[in-house]
Design a protein around this ligand. Structure first.
Ligand code: SF4
Length: 258
């Protein structure tokens, strides 16, 4: 086997593994298994490079002092206590547990979803049901684990029957998320679904439109993609989601390595 055939075989194995993890055959069918393409041969790579380059020029450096891991851990624990005691909206009486968020307090990437579901309410942890398992696979497909990132939601209590968050609930709960992000100081935020994106970005566009824009929350770049629950309902969105998380990784790597 020549080096290049070995490389193609290795790439093939890698993409098939990811394909299996994400539960779709699109990558194979659409030829993404090719050896690393030149930018002008793969529209996605060129588009991704443009997106990342544009996003980098628009980042507003934070003026806040950088917190140590210890400071972040302490401040998050204190905030978690406030969330656990919160009764500021009508979701409080129906919850089993508040769901503050989990992961690395020093994470460079923060995933923000919509609200806890039944499993999350029972366990007090975000994304532990079926959609959580898919999120774990998405994160591992870009070579990270849940321990590398931080995962939370807009709402910290479960809406009944998993209905959409109400405006007054979002308004009541959003200060907790704002404080969380202020403490975490991530390099990149990934919004999972339209509700998370609408809340953080104050943008009422369609998810499809929001996905394609370089957007920012307090100067931090935000990648918008589908909520994993939506991917379970419509597997055709897994391919665009895969493109989004590749952009997320490219942007993260560029910011961390510069
Ligand atoms: S959803 Fe948020 S604001 Fe409402 S009770 Fe729970 S923690 Fe408080």
């Amino acid at each position: 086997m020549t080096d290049s055939v070995e490389k193609i075989a290795a790439d093939l194995a890698k993409y098939l593994r990811r394909e299996q993890e994400l539960g779709t055959s699109l990558y194979f069918n659409e030829g993404i298994i090719n050896k690393e393409p030149e930018a002008d041969q793969d529209p996605f790579i060129a588009d991704c490079s443009d997106f990342v380059a544009k996003a980098i020029t628009q980042i507003t450096p934070s003026t806040a002092a950088e917190l140590s891991l210890e400071e972040k851990t302490t401040q998050l624990a204190e905030l978690n206590k406030q969330v656990a005691a919160c009764e500021q909206c009508k979701l409080a009486p129906g919850r089993t547990n508040t769901v503050f968020g989990t992961g690395n307090p020093d994470a460079n990437i923060v995933f923000v979803g919509e609200a806890p579901g039944r499993d999350e309410d029972l366990q007090g942890k975000p994304f532990v049901g079926r959609s959580g398992q898919l999120l774990t696979k998405i994160i591992s497909a870009i070579d990270y684990s849940r321990d590398d990132v931080f995962i939370c939601n807009i709402l910290k209590c479960r809406p009944p029957e998993n209905r959409d968050p109400a405006k007054d609930e979002v308004q009541a709960c959003e200060p907790f998320l704002q404080k969380q992000l202020e403490i975490l100081q991530p390099k990149v935020i990934c919004c999972l679904g339209r509700h998370a994106a609408m809340t953080l970005l104050r943008d009422k566009s369609s998810l499809k439109d929001m996905r394609l824009k370089a957007q920012f929350y307090q100067g931090i770049p935000v990648i918008v993609t589908y909520h994993p629950a939506a991917l379970l309902r419509n597997p055709n969105w897994k391919r665009p989601c895969w493109d989004d998380v590749r952009k997320l990784k490219a942007l993260h790597d560029e910011l961390v390595n510069k």
